[in-house]
Design a protein around this ligand. Sequence first.
Ligand code: KE4
Length: 430
Amino acid sequence: MGGLARKKSDALFAEALERIPGGVNSPVRAFRAVGGKPFFVDRARGCRVWDVDGNEYIDYIGTWGPAIHGHAHPRIIEAIRSAAERGTSFGIPNPLEVKMASLICEAVPSVEKVRMCNSGTEACMAAIRVARGHTKRNKVIKFEGCYHGHVDSLLVNAGSGALTFGHPDSAGVPAAFTQHTVVVRFNDIEAVKAAFLANSNDIAAVILEPVPGNAGLYLPKPGFLTFLREITREEGAVLIFDEVMTGFRLARGGAQERFGVQPDLTCFGKIIGGGLPVGAFGGRRDIMNCLAPLGPVYQAGTLSGNPLAMAAGIVALEMLGHETYNTLEKLGAQLEEGMLEAARAAGVPVQFLRCGSMFCCYFTDLPVHDLADAMKSDRDRFARYFHRMLDGGISLAPSQFEAGFLCTAHTPADIERTVEAAARALRGLN
Ligand code: KE4
């Protein structure tokens, strides 16, 4: 395994293992799902990353979504540099926070008010709290395979790293913390109806990734999001779209624009920080006004709205126009067509699922509509494919249960090269 020389990465990993649990600061980076050792990045620019041994890769991790404009975009770097020279954080309001709030509210009509925080986890945690405070109810419905950060009460049947390591729940979370969490199958209308029936008048919120990207990538069935909008409205529950990954990714207005369904609250992260630590949650004014200092729901953060993340995020959002999404759609279609052809030629059954610039290649011949379907994928085959692609200079998410990301710095030539590498990697995997 591992044809490329990565001696410096291996040495760094050995040192990291001494001081950092698993040698990584976030579990999925450890390559545990695919075997081998992670490489360490020396630098990144555009759609490419270079490891500390000088190996170059076309990157499809995109730092898990933020890098929609590619890495080290000159305008983002300049915005950070300029902001840094004026001070990195103040703990006192700064004008960029106001600009960011306006940009989000203008782009996402369902967001009447928004609060910045410092991660997607914080955004989801706070959205749940304000929904509970607003409704004075306790229970929350979430969906198998959806990941909303490492929030205690939502680390139940979660996706992403929790799923990758085969225990979608987490140790250290007392049963009491998850007693109000109701987990149902994604795309399962009857299961949602039953959950409301069994917990009548105590469902504070339904939270979901409108396009789940933490168990690979699968799509809401036609009408599912509309059904959730209707039943939450009828039942007086808050509908929360976790758009940490899909926000500003699937459209300027996120998945809610793409699918035409407006939630009551939306969680953001990733792209809105231009690659710096950020999160945000926002939505209906009457719900958001429950937040301190206006209302009784407390939420806070030392670095929330700090000028660096705001400066980077503002430029990142300002650069998102129709052309962005047209380019990403064309690149996505080219990748999808090429991958399906490569798999057909190699006789390897795959489901290549894509929504705009997010994608996943499942190694199964069965359709994937939810976590149970995704779990049928052949993870050993994915692991072999992953390493063959990596040795071919293509860096994919190191887990079958993650999404890949295109950025505007990818070119048709990059996609062509990726498809050629896939054709070689898939050969002999049948
Ligand atoms: P963060 O706390 O990692 O900023 O955001 C948590 C989160 C919340 N909601 C959704 C839909 C997310 O995708 C995420 C984080 N995504 C993962 C990628 N699967 C982050 C990668 C990692 O954990 O290392």
